[in-house]
Design a protein around this ligand. Structure first.
Ligand SMILES: [Fe+2]
Length: 441
């Protein structure tokens, strides 16, 4: 595997580097057995710099890699760019990617209300078909006037999709709630002091959690390469808790130690408190920094009655891309999963850990022989009895084969061999986030 050099940063080398072809392959070879209850498509988004250059890992044009599975067979693999105006631009700058509609569309792909949406946090979603053709910008019938996070949350009880968007100009933070039908039914501007880079949030059964952390948009850095943000601890850091149908004035803000959090693992209610888990970055002073720290799993207990905050480190392993069962989003749960990152800070994924979140103990599925992974999605078993009855699904790159596999693991018995390895005819670059979208959605 090639490594980063002064000429070629890590995101242009090894399995981070872009693929040059779009491929259609059918009737894929499988080692093992695909559970017959899995019927749908696994889609995963990530940057694939179109002009073979990119100023940051976060700034390549989005490409979706998809595999369709039905009745124990892998019908097809294909990869497609999300077709946005930026694909025709020679040099992507901070100016042209802020033009409405110019989405990199490279961060996540989610299904809700029958729509498949490619997401990138500074723009409106881009709708895709289930065959990965681009439909175009999707604004919830014109009701979404600004950006949408790449990390919406779908409530397993109500079927609503809850999300937020941030702005570099006011309003800096806006909360949205979409009904199970997809109709946008709530829009609330949330008062925060400044424009910060808010990558994710969390929900509980009755509340939403906003992260107001000191990664501030920095107008002085526009016109330069890279993400124009600056980390400034003097801004402070706080977590806001608001009833799901509340307003800005209902937010209870909890001051926390300054840090950065890309991804939330989960949040749930316990008595008068909110229990919130996330991999936390300390010493992360800029996006794109050399030798960045690796996040470590932390727990914050926020007491809504007395306003107190208790923060604990749950584990000292470097992990990110946390995931729980979609059936338990916002609800009390015992198990969660996260990807182990290469300790060098180059974000190769070396394995997957199943956490008991109370004790911090974990079981590991370590990738072997130089194989590296991507974020894993949890797919609940159809008739599961336990919270961990289900599957972990992810793309794994094999450097010997110079190709990738869609790997399906038993999420309960992590140490087992994968249940199925679906062999792809090409490599899938290490990317960002993906979703299993069952046929019925
Ligand atoms: Fe993310």
């Amino acid at each position: 595997m090639s490594t980063a050099t002064a000429e070629a940063p890590f995101w242009m080398t090894g399995n981070f580097g872009p693929v040059e072809e779009t491929i259609d392959a059918v009737n894929l070879k499988v080692t093992g057995e695909i559970p017959r209850e899995l019927n749908g498509r696994y889609f995963r988004n990530g940057p694939n710099p179109n002009k073979n250059t990119s100023a940051d890992w976060f700034l390549g044009e989005g490409m979706i890699h998809g595999v369709e599975i039905q009745n124990g067979k892998a019908n097809w693999y294909r990869n497609r760019y999300v077709e946005t105006p930026l694909l025709d631009v020679d040099v992507i700058t901070n100016e042209n990617r802020m033009v409405p509609g110019n989405s990199l569309a490279n961060t996540h792909i989610v299904g809700h209300a029958g729509k498949v949406l490619a997401l990138q946090e500074t723009q409106v979603p881009i709708e895709m078909t289930k065959d990965l053709e681009t439909v175009g910008p999707y604004s919830f019938d014109g009701k979404l006037n600004g950006a949408m996070t790449a990390h919406p949350k779908i409530c397993p009880i109500t079927g609503e999709m809850l999300f937020f968007g941030y702005g570099i100009m006011p309003p800096f933070l806006t909360y949205y709630r979409a009904a199970p039908s997809g109709e946008l039914v709530q829009t609330e501007i949330i008062d925060v002091p400044a424009a910060t880079m808010v990558h994710d949030f969390a929900i509980t059964e009755n509340h939403v959690l906003f992260l107001d952390l000191p990664m501030l948009w920095d107008i002085k850095k526009f016109g330069k390469p890279g993400i124009p943000v600056s980390y400034d601890e003097s801004y402070g850091a706080r977590i806001g808790v608001m009833p799901r149908n509340g307003k800005s004035g209902d937010v209870k803000w909890f001051e926390v130690d300054p840090c950065y959090i890309y991804h939330t693992m989960s949040a749930f209610e316990r008595g008068s408190s909110i229990v919130f888990h996330a991999p936390k970055l300390t010493g992360y002073t800029s996006v794109g920094m050399t030798n960045p720290p690796i996040p470590k799993l932390h727990r914050w207990t926020l007491d809504l009655k007395n306003g107190s905050v208790k923060e604990e480190q749950v584990d000292d392993l470097g992990v990110d891309f946390p995931v729980i069962s979609p059936d338990l989003v916002g609800l009390a749960h015992n198990y969660a999963y996260a990807a182990e990152f290469d300790p060098t800070g180059v974000p190769y994924i070396l394995g997957y850990h199943k956490y008991d979140i109370e004790t911090g103990s974990r079981t590991c599925h370590k990738l072997q022989n130089g194989r590296t992974g991507s974020e894993a999605s949890f797919v609940p078993a159809a008739n599961g009895k336990d919270q961990d009855d289900g599957y972990l699904m992810t793309f794994v790159y094999d450097p010997d084969e110079k190709a990738s596999e869609l790997v399906i693991m038993n999420a309960k018995e992590m140490t087992d061999e994968p249940l199925a390895r679906i062999h792809l005819p090409a490599r899938v670059p290490t990317g960002f986030h993906g979703s299993w979208i069952p046929d019925m959605n």
